[in-house]
Design a protein around this ligand. Structure first.
Ligand code: AMP
Ligand code: FE
Ligand code: FE
Ligand code: ZN
Length: 293
């Protein structure tokens, strides 16, 4: 049984429609897939129809953009935290409003980044919009696609490693919901909040550039349900530490691909999966909307 609980479509920064994502999942031998577009539920209906036709299970989800305020070396800093929300009620007004705010601040931030980039490159806002399906949640991947189309870089990852990286000179952080508020709202909406790729990209030092370890205990006290431990960006040392913490607090542990399409990101459907036991714990905790199994 292959259960993959993290994927993206053209409703955010994936390269394939929800239907195509489920078609690819069927080909990859995935049995149950969650669609978790950034800050939107707009792909759920289409995903549900495709999953039914293909005989796959569908888990409605969202990857909510949040940030945590932390103290580091006496300074206040914001750290971006991606919070997966499984099976929340999409009509919960406060949660829907946070998602709407995130979509609009992401647009303002992307426009500001385009303004900075336009000083050095021939990029325009229209060219960025051409990379997106109407209504899609915008992020750096759309800017990367515009730079690819312009021939400035040859693929998305090259843009992320250079021009669009945090130190690339054009990066602006997104001003999004506070992580504690997001956890509370997801739970109020009957959803299950699980941190996506926790401590991702901190290969040899758990304490560098990501959430301080003591912050995790605060998030757990605030209602966090678990961690996406098995994800290609979570290094081994972080996995071991997270598994211990999950054990101590009896939390849910998941594994997922974070698929963004054949040409969106190297992540392949089903490359990591979630155990049946852990999936059943998610189902048992959720009360917002039903999974389609
Ligand atoms: P943003 O949230 O706008 O700062 O952009 C970050 C998003 O870009 C993440 O959610 C990833 O899905 C995506 N991303 C990060 N690195 C890459 C990459 N190398 N190639 C494609 N997409 C990426
Ligand atoms: Fe993404
Ligand atoms: Fe993410
Ligand atoms: Zn993701």
């Amino acid at each position: 049984m292959i259960i993959d609980l993290h994927s993206h479509s053209t409703r955010s920064d994936g390269k394939e429609s929800p239907t195509e994502v489920f078609e690819q999942a069927a080909l990859a031998g995935v049995n149950i897939l969650a669609l978790t577009d950034h800050d939107t539920t707009s792909g759920w209906d289409e995903a549900g129809v495709a999953a039914k036709r293909l005989g796959l299970g569908f888990v409605p989800g969202i990857e909510v953009t949040t940030r945590a305020k932390v103290q580091r070396e006496g300074h206040e800093r914001f750290i971006s935290v991606h919070m997966l929300a499984y099976l929340p009620d999409p009509n919960h007004a406060a949660l829907a409003s946070v998602l709407g705010d995130s979509v609009s601040t992401r647009e303002i931030r992307a426009k500001a980044m385009v303004d900075l980039l336009a000083k050095d490159y021939d990029i325009t806002w229209d060219l960025v919009l051409e990379q997106l399906t109407e209504g899609a949640t915008i992020g750096r991947p759309a800017l990367a696609d515009a730079l690819v189309q312009m021939g400035v870089v040859s693929h998305r990852s090259e843009a992320f490693e250079s021009i669009l990286s945090k130190n690339g000179g054009y990066y602006i952080p997104a001003e999004t919901a506070d992580v504690f508020d997001a956890i509370r709202l997801i739970r109020e909406a009957g959803g299950v909040p699980i941190i996506a790729h926790p401590l991702g990209g901190a290969p040899d030092n758990l304490d560098r550039g990501d959430l301080p370890q003591e912050h995790f205990e605060l998030l757990i006290a605030g209602g966090l349900a678990g961690f996406e431990v098995y994800h290609r960006e979570v290094p081994q040392v972080a996995r071991e530490w997270l598994l211990d913490l999950a054990d101590k607090h009896d939390l849910i542990v998941t594994g997922s691909s974070d698929y963004h399409g054949e040409h969106g990101k190297p992540n392949r459907l089903g490359e990591n999966h979630t155990s049946v036991e852990m999936f059943e714990r998610i189902l048992a905790m959720a009360s917002g909307v039903q999974a389609q199994l």
